[in-house]
Design a protein around this ligand. Structure first.
Ligand code: ATR
Length: 282
């Protein structure tokens, strides 16, 4: 078999780091996009499992090796900030980075997660004045709350650990709710799951019992594996509009692509590659 590659000594490396990392779909989304634009000789997207103990040395290594970009995923999005030379204002406000650019040895952190979520939502609805029930108060929830507030939505946060939702709500000047009083969500417009409930292997879990989901709701689950979560399935059954988790992944990746390459991303190619890597199950 003849093996050809366009990789060469000038190819810039982008690397995704997390623990675990096996589940990442980013290389499958970015590399076909490089190919489609004919820049697969200039960029390659890889991934590496980096444990919490090794994050500092991994980033120092990336700096020393001239790695062009580092995508940061669970559990490093907050911790990585410590090792940066510079941080974008928005990422600082969110308190988490998912994208690092290496500019001649200077590491600068960004957050594209909030854009991923807000783009997905704004394709369906305006956000100004909309009442949103948001489940979760972790890193992903922080990015989404930032975006929702920026767009003028009225947000109420629900979380298992109440102190975390209270604190997040205080920080972004919105409300926090009680998981024993979710009846009020029936009156709201949008429901977002930013917890890990329903994610493989715990596919029978859901953040909200289906009796509180109504036809008028727009339901967005950021969990993308399985592609159709229990929450999404039940929302569809009620006749509600839904947004699958892969969309947030897609649009945060589209923004990353631009940061890493300086070129607008081929969105449809990335979408196709992502859906294919989820076995077309969208
Ligand atoms: P991420 O960066 O993806 O947001 P995270 O920061 O670990 O990940 O946040 C995970 C979110 O899922 C949190 O809101 C967490 O609730 P706690 O703050 O109470 O930990 C939520 N979560 C995870 N497992 C859960 C479970 N079994 N029941 C309810 N909430 C859960």
């Amino acid at each position: 078999m003849k093996i050809t590659t366009r990789l060469n000594s000038s190819t810039k490396i982008i690397i995704g780091v997390g623990d675990p990392i096996k589940q990442t779909l980013s290389p499958k989304m970015h590399n076909p996009a490089y190919q489609a634009l004919g820049i697969d000789d200039q960029f390659v997207y890889l991934s590496a499992r980096v444990t919490e103990d090794n994050l500092s040395s991994a980033l120092a290594g990336a700096r020393a090796l001239g790695i062009r970009g580092i995508s940061v995923t669970v559990p490093h999005k907050q911790e990585a900030i410590k090792y940066l030379d510079e941080i974008d204002q928005v990422a600082k406000k969110i308190g988490a980075v998912n994208t690092i650019l290496n500019n001649n040895g200077q590491l600068k952190g960004y957050n594209t997660d909030w854009i991923g979520a807000i783009t997905s939502l704004e394709k369906r609805t305006q956000l100004k004045g909309k009442r949103v029930a948001l489940f979760g108060a972790g890193g992903a929830a922080r990015a989404i709350v930032y975006g929702l507030i920026k767009k003028g939505a009225l947000v109420k946060i629900y979380n298992r650990t109440k102190e975390k939702s209270k604190k997040l709500a205080q920080e972004f000047h919105c409300l926090s709710g009680n998981l024993n009083q979710v009846e009020e969500i029936k009156e709201m417009d949008i429901i977002i799951n930013a917890t890990t409930l329903g994610m493989e292997p715990n596919i029978s879990q859901t953040p909200l019992p289906n009796k509180f989901i109504e036809k008028h709701h727009l339901v967005f689950d950021i969990v993308f594996k399985p592609s159709e979560t229990r929450l999404i399935r039940e929302a569809k059954h009620k006749g509600a509009k839904v947004i699958y988790g892969y969309e947030m992944l897609l649009y945060q990746g589209v923004e990353q692509f631009k940061l890493y390459t300086g070129i607008d991303a081929p969105v449809e190619i990335m979408k196709e590659a992502l859906v294919k890597s989820l076995n077309g199950k969208i």
